[in-house]
Ligand binder design. Structure first.
Ligand code: SF4
Length: 194
């Protein structure tokens, strides 16, 4: 795993693509992985804050995700607990509307299988957002349909919406997420970490 992490951190495959975005940034893979991890958070590409801090979910979205999971910041960032495998390791830049661009497909194609082979102790996988749900489940359903069918993927996999403030209205429209799914998520997280 050490050699693989070094290779990912040095990856510059998307340099021309990122240079052409409005932020004209350089690749800066956010790598938070350890073979001891028991929970995998498979999300989208890092946002600008994760890019700048070089730490996944160190923002308000992360606060909401930690609340959903029922874990402290210390538990969340303990490498023996959680590993993060985003659809791309680097911030992809912004589109014309100021939203994050899609994660470059080449990232998962290049790294996904090798990372998964280095995580032998996973007990629970959280699939955050449509990109990771489609990639890991091979589905073509919308995020809402996939999350609504969360029981189909138990045990071991739970699909979730992105914990962004942009999804606050979604959470209000889907109260079953809080009443039905979150208690199971918290119990499964606790079991995976015990
Ligand atoms: S997004 Fe992935 S493939 Fe592209 S430069 Fe970053 S680590 Fe490499």
């Amino acid at each position: 795993m050490d050699e693989l992490l070094t290779q990912i951190r040095a990856c510059r495959l998307c340099a021309p693509r990122f240079a052409a975005t409005r932020t004209a940034h350089r690749p800066a893979p956010v790598v938070w992985l350890d073979p001891r991890a028991r929970i995998l958070v498979a999300g989208q590409a890092p946002g600008i804050q994760a890019h700048q801090k070089q730490r996944p979910f160190d923002d308000r979205s992360g606060d909401r995700l930690r609340d959903w999971m029922g874990v402290t910041r210390e538990e969340f960032y303990d490498l023996a607990n959680l590993a993060f495998l985003p659809a791309a390791f680097c911030f992809p830049g912004y589109d014309a509307k100021g939203s994050d661009l899609p994660p470059p497909a080449i990232c998962a194609q290049t790294w996904h299988d090798r990372v998964m082979a280095g995580l032998p102790d996973l007990r629970l996988t959280l699939l955050i957002g449509a990109y990771s749900q489609r990639f890991h489940l091979g589905t073509r359903t919308s995020m809402t349909e996939t999350v609504a069918g969360w029981r189909d993927h138990l045990p071991g996999v739970i699909p979730l919406p992105h914990p962004s403030w942009r999804n606050t209205a979604w959470l209000k429209r889907n109260p079953w997420f809080e009443t039905d799914l979150l208690p199971v998520l918290r119990a499964d997280v606790r079991k995976a970490l015990s």
